[in-house]
Every structure is written in structure tokens, then in C-alpha cells.
Design a protein around this ligand. Structure first.
Ligand code: MOS
Length: 732
């Protein structure tokens, strides 16, 4: 059986009628015990020990062509089995561009650190030694490495400015206005598990154990890179130690491992070092953002302008969409946007957690705080006043939106009214204390997904899809949905993920995973409920499935007694045209308390509250964890994260976790997360919205706004390291 649904209309809240109430509960992560006990197998841990080991050789010039690699000398080194310089390796398998022509020609180098060869040896040490000894000749060229470099070509992909009304007039007539430039640096996803692949062939069939997020696409990308049919490629990623976007598309080690394994007729494992992760996997683009805000005397916005410059390699399609939330978050008649891409020779820029909003809202929400200060209107109030009735640019209704509740309730829970609105007034010894807030918003997406649900005669259930769980809780919430719909204990549901032999799920990306593949599971279970009702001689609408019992009217039977054979159903959800009717997004608000040292300028976040509405929350614990993660990312963006490129050759200077500073435990205070449940009937059949990326959106701006409140220092150049704070600190 199969059940297909295209989201063209509002959907009723079917889950509300379910008998068990498992969906939404804080069911513990099923992968948790496996991970802490070392039983969860990650990509690099597969294999039987017969694998050869590959280490990537990488370019040491910013731009040019590889003219020669001393392959013979390398092959003569101890343990070396192969040197792979296949031109298929020398292209850039960028995120999600599987079917586009490769950006680079064979042997072209576009950035320092780009993989140019793979050395394969019996042991890792041998392969590493040989890779480090590789003598490579280049015909090198100069290349711009910085957006401000005069040689950097500036692309204006959308033509030029898009404008509604007259922003210049509105700015000049404003009661109060902000016109400021904010900058954010390159960042790296810095997932715990480095990118890793183990490739093995059986004849023409390739199996790749990889650390990837979107297997149905990754399979196509890999096939495309190798020039083979996707049917001959199987990708597995049973557990993924974080991705945050860096594993949306295949990375060079996957292609390299596959080519080497074919050549050697032996499985090959390639694991990136931490430095390679920083230098050769997707970076988040640095951004330069000019924000213009104009308001009348009551604080009503009359104009919003968001002009951005981001960067990427020449020819790459992705560009950080920083103005995403600016388009719909606030009212304001006059609006203008521009977006340009500086073509520079740094590591390819791609998606990293909440591409767009994560850094766009650092600028927008910082600017809103500036406007609040200018107008003397409370920052929460200013935002409340400017919530638009409908999408301010296209007039669409919002599908569901508890934004105002998040702002007002959040303020109340945080104790916002105790804040001193005048900066620099709140001092405890040598610490200046401040409070800041910011809005959160992140577009909600539904992505096509399939899932198979198998109901066995003993009333146990298996859910199957190639969806991944990248630490988000997919294994757990899919079990919750199936258990709920089929009226069974959670433990009777097995969830199988991360294998392209299973029905294609949505992949973990864009915060659509849980809603999309969860809807596919829902549809499959609905179909099975129909079968069960029929067997019971009841109508599906009269069927109650609870605690393993099927009930309809006076008829009550044990499900396992009712079932005589295995029932299977595949659910298939597809986006329809609801997003042409309504604007889908999750909303929220962040509140932060910081202490800034009056002598050293060091900032410590003392507490943080995030209040969110994202449709039905499928598991309050995993959703809370997602928001914790997002808020921690926000702390990193606000205070420490900065992928530093050497101006001379663009190489990443701080290519390790000692020098690329993500927040560690001591940097993260008490984080409180509150959800305002809502049902989004336009979003999908389970009425949930994306939550993974909502938590980062705006989070960092709450921190820098709190720094301003603490010190009177407005940092517009992220991250707010102490060198940017000290010069303007008030006299101690
Ligand atoms: Mo996300 S940046 O779509 O993993």
C-alpha cells in the first residue's frame, strides 16, 4: 500500500485525536546509549581491517594549475599502494550541484588547501607521511582572497537593487533612523565528527559509508562525480556526528575514496584531519551588511533596507541569503535590498546552520536595537509595534505565528522589566552587567520524503527511510509518530535510517527533516490504520489504537491477534502550493544577560532564554536540545567564531579547535528554552515546523545587544572579541 499526499490545502489536526499522547513527549534519544557506550558506528568505523588508508594531498597555492605531482617518488615510499590524481578528484563537488557542470577544469586550483591528490597506503601513518612529502609543481597565478581586494570580481546575481516604495525619501524624512554596516566573518560548521568515507566495490556496485546529511542527493552527487549510474551507488550514514550543513553535499574525501577503492580493488578509508575539515569543507561566507531602518515618532518602521556582500569561489552557485528574514519579519512600507557576491579564492562557501538568517539576523537585530536606543523605545516594544499583519512584500497571510507571544511572554519570564535601559549603569565589582534581546525567525520548508512502515503480525513495527539522524533525534521522533498512530509502545517500534537502499527520505537539511519525513511516516501509518480498521470491520474514523488494542464501538481486539500477515505501507509527502498561499516560518525571541569585564573587555554570557513557536513540537526534549545548540552557536557567533584567512594566499590560519573558538562548557551559561505550541495546518499533516535552525536565528544579536546595554559599546563587527570592546569601555 502506499499513501501519497501533496500539500495543497490546510490539514486537520489528526494527531490531536490519537489515544496515546506519545508525540511531543520528551522520549529520550534512542541513539544516546549507543553513542555514549561507543556502539553507534560512524563512517570511519566500518570495515573489517582490510582497508587501505588514503590521505588527501592539498594545494599550496591560491590559484593556478597543477603541472606535476611526483607520483613515482611517492609510490616508492614505504607502504604506498597508489597515488590518485584522477581528474574527477580535482573538481569541486560542491553542495547540491551534482548535475551542474563542475566549476573547475581538471587540475585547476581555486583555493589554498584544495584536494589535488590522494595517497593510499597500508597504514594511516604511511599515507600521511607520503602525502606530506608530495612534491607538486604549479603554474601559479595571483587571485583575490578578500572581498575588499581590488581584484575581487563582484557579481550581482539578481541584477541590482529590488525596491518597494522610496527608501531614500523615507530615510530622510524619518523621525529616527539607523544606517550602519555590520560585518560577520567566515565560519566553519566544526562538527565533532570529521568528514570521513569508506568506499568498497563489488563489481560495478559501490558502497560508501560516509558522514553525510542528505543521502538520496549524496548518492546522485557521488554517481555524478564518478560518472556512473546512481543505481550502482549505495550510501550509508547510520550515525552522523553533527553536520550543520557541512555534510549536506559530498566532500572530496568521498570521491577520492571511491576512485581509489576501484583502482586498488580493495576498500579504502579516507578520514579528514581537523585541519582539512576547516580548510576544505564548506565555510559560511563572511558578510558585509548595510542595514537602513527608518521610523516615525511612535517607532513604526517606515523603511527597511538590507544590502549585502557575501563571497564565494568564482562560478559557485551558492550565496549566503542574508536578507531571508528581513523580507517578512517587520512591517515598513519602503523596502530595498541588494545582494552581491565577491568572487574570491577561499574555501568554497556553502550552507551552515540557518544559512541566511544566522548571520542576516545578527545585523538586522543589532540594527533594531540601535533603533530602539535612538527612539528611546523599549526593544521588545519596538518589535511588537512592527509585527506586520501580512507578509509586508507579497501580502500573504502567515500560516501560524506566535511571534508576539514569544516577545511578551519571553520578556516576562526573563524579567526584562528590571533591565536598566541606559547603557553602562549596572555594575558588580569590575563587571558591567547588561541585558539584550533579539527576535528569531526562520522560514519553514517541506521537502519531498518517503518512508516505509512495516507492521508485523506480532504488532511490532519497523520504520524505514534513508533519512539521517545527525544528532537531531530523527530515530526517536519517527518511532514516536509510528507508535502513536499504531497504538503501540514506543519500544515496539524499530527505526532504520541512513541507507539509500531504503525509501528516500527528506535528508537532514534546512530544518525540514522531522516535519517532512515525519509526515511520510504519518501517511504510511494512516494507511495501515485503514487496513487494521478493515480487518476489524470498522471505519477508520471509528478506530482507536491504544496499548496494543484495536477498538471500535463494542469491538475490541488485541492488535497482534487481529494481524495474520505483515502489513506494509509507504508514505510519500510532497510540497504542494501552500507556500504560494501563505508564508511559513517559525518565530521566537532571545534574551541574554551578559557581564563584560570593565578592565579586560571580556564578555561572559550569564544566562539566556529562548522562546520559540514552531508548530507542533514532536519531542520537547530533542527540540529543546536543538534550540540549546542554536543558542550556543549564537554565543559563538557573537563572541568567538572567526575563520581567519591569511590575506596573502587565503589559507585558513586557525584550522583547529584550539584556535577556531566554538563555545565550550564554561562559555555556556544556564540556557532556558520555552516553546509556545501551535498547530500549523498549512505546514504538513503533522502540523510541525522546523526547529533546528530557528534557535540560532537572532541568538548572537541578543548577546551583542546585551554588551551594548552593559557597556555602551556597539559592536558591529562580529565576533565581539575584547579588542573591539576595550577601546570604548567607560572609565573604570
Ligand atoms: Mo543545514 S545548513 O540545511 O544542514
Amino acid at each position: 500500500m502506499s499513501a501519497h499526499h501533496k500539500m495543497d490545502t490546510k490539514q486537520p489536526d489528526v494527531l490531536a485525536d490519537m489515544a496515546q499522547g506519545i508525540v511531543g513527549t520528551a522520549a529520550p534519544r534512542r541513539d544516546g546509549p549507543l553513542k555514549v557506550s561507543g556502539q553507534a558506528q560512524y563512517a570511519a568505523e566500518f570495515g573489517d581491517g582490510s582497508e587501505a588508508v588514503g590521505v588527501l594531498v592539498r594545494a599550496t597555492v591560491v590559484k593556478g594549475k597543477v603541472t606535476q605531482i611526483d607520483e613515482q617518488a611517492l609510490r616508492a615510499m614505504p607502504g604506498v599502494l597508489a597515488v590518485i590524481t584522477d581528474e574527477r578528484l580535482l573538481r569541486n563537488p560542491a553542495q547540491g550541484t551534482a548535475n551542474e557542470a563542475p566549476v573547475q577544469g581538471p587540475r585547476d586550483v581555486a583555493y589554498f588547501g584544495q584536494p589535488i591528490a590522494l595517497v593510499v597506503a597500508e597504514t594511516f601513518e604511511q599515507a600521511r607521511h607520503a602525502a606530506q612529502s608530495a612534491q607538486v609543481s604549479y603554474s601559479a597565478q595571483a587571485g583575490a582572497t578578500d572581498p575588499d581586494d581590488p581584484d575581487a570580481v563582484i557579481d550581482r546575481p539578481d541584477g541590482k537593487q529590488t525596491e518597494q516604495g522610496d527608501i531614500d525619501a523615507a530615510m530622510s524624512q524619518a523621525h529616527a533612523s539607523v544606517d550602519a554596516v555590520y560585518t560577520t566573518p567566515s565560519q566553519n560548521s566544526a562538527a565533532m565528527e570529521p568528514h570521513a568515507s569508506l568506499a568498497q566495490w563489488e563489481g560495478d556496485k559501490l558502497t560508501l559509508y560516509g558522514s553525510y546529511q542528505m543521502l538520496k542527493y549524496n548518492r546522485n552527487e557521488l554517481a555524478d562525480a564518478l560518472g556512473i549510474d546512481a543505481e550502482n551507488v549505495r550510501v550509508l550514514a547510520l550515525y552522523v556526528g553533527g553536520g550543520f550543513g557541512s555534510k549536506l553535499g559530498i566532500a572530496p574525501e568521498a570521491v577520492a575514496a571511491a576512485i581509489a577503492a576501484k583502482e586498488l580493488e580493495r576498500p579504502v578509508r579516507v578520514v579528514m584531519t581537523r585541519a582539512q575539515v576547516f580548510e576544505t569543507t564548506m565555510r559560511r561566507s563572511g558578510t558585509r551588511q548595510r542595514l537602513r531602518l527608518a521610523a516615525d515618532a511612535q517607532g513604526n518602521l517606515t523603511a527597511i533596507g538590507h544590502d549585502a556582500t557575501v563571497s564565494n569561489l568564482p562560478g559557485e552557485a551558492f550565496s549566503e541569503p542574508v536578507a531571508l528574514a528581513t523580507h517578512f519579519l517587520y512591517a515598513g512600507k519602503n523596502r530595498a535590498y541588494s545582494h552581491q557576491i565577491a568572487r574570491i579564492h577561499r574555501t568554497c562557501a556553502g550552507s551552515m546552520r540557518a544559512p541566511g538568517e544566522a548571520v542576516g539576523m545578527l545585523a538586522l537585530e543589532n540594527a533594531m536595537d540601535e533603533l530602539a536606543h535612538e527612539t528611546g523605545i523599549d526593544p521588545v516594544d519596538l518589535r511588537l509595534r512592527n509585527i506586520p499583519d501580512v507578509h509586508p512584500e507579497n501580502g500573504k497571510e502567515f500560516s501560524s505565528r506566535r511571534f508576539a507571544d514569544c516577545l511578551t511572554e519571553g520578556a516576562q519570564r526573563f524579567g526584562w522589566e528590571k533591565r536598566n535601559a541606559t547603557p553602562g549603569q549596572n555594575r558588580e565589582g569590575e563587571w558591567l552587567i547588561g541585558h539584550g534581546m533579539a527576535s528569531a525567525a526562520r522560514g519553514n520548508i517541506l521537502s519531498e520524503a518517503k518512508a516505509r512502515v512495516i507492521l508485523n503480525p506480532d504488532a511490532t513495527v519497523v520504520v524505514e527511510t534513508d533519512m539521517t539522524d545527525i544528532g537531531t533525534g530523527t530515530y526517536t521522533i519517527l518511532a514516536q509518530i509510528a507508535a502513536e498512530l499504531l497504538g503501540l509502545p514506543l519500544d515496539d517500534v524499530t527505526v532504520k535510517l541512513g541507507d539509500t537502499d531504503l525509501p528516500p527520505g527528506a535528508g537532514s537539511g534546512g530544518s525540514w527533516g522531522a516535519s517532512s519525513v515525519g509526515s511520510a511516516v504519518f501517511l504510511a501509518c494512516q494507511s495501515l490504520r485503514g487496513d487494521v480498521a478493515e480487518m476489524l470491520g470498522a471505519r477508520a474514523s471509528d478506530l482507536t489504537l491504544k496499548d496494543g488494542m484495536a477498538t471500535s464501538g463494542n469491538v475490541r481486539k488485541k492488535l497482534s491477534a487481529l494481524l495474520s500477515e505483515t502489513l506494509t505501507a509507504t508514505g510519500h509527502i510532497e510540497p504542494g502550493d501552500t507556500s504560494e498561499v501563505v508564508q511559513h516560518a517559525g518565530f521566537g525571541a532571545h534574551f541574554a544577560e551578559v557581564a563584560v569585564n570593565a578592565v579586560t573587555g571580556e564578555t561572559r554570557v550569564r544566562r539566556m532564554l529562548g522562546v520559540f513557536s514552531a508548530g507542533r513540537i514532536l519531542n520537547v526534549q530533542t527540540a529543546t536540545s536543538q534550540c540549546h545548540g542554536g543558542m550556543i552557536f549564537g554565543i559563538g557567533a557573537a563572541l568567538t567564531e572567526d575563520l581567519v584567512h591569511d590575506q596573502r594566499d587565503g589559507h585558513v590560519v586557525n584550522h583547529n579547535l584550539a584556535e577556531y573558538h566554538v563555545p565550550v562548557n564554561l562559555d555556556v551559561p544556564q540556557l532556558d528554552v520555552v516553546f509556545f505550541e501551535e498547530r500549523d495546518e498549512w505546514a504538513n499533516p503533522i502540523q510541525s515546523k522546523g526547529v533546528g535552525e530557528l534557535g540560532i536565528s537572532g541568538a548572537g544579536a541578543a548577546v551583542t545587544n546585551a554588551i551594548f546595554n552593559a557597556t555602551g559599546v556597539r559592536v558591529r563587527d562580529y565576533p565581539a572579541t575584547l579588542d573591539k570592546i576595550i577601546p570604548d569601555l567607560p572609565d573604570p
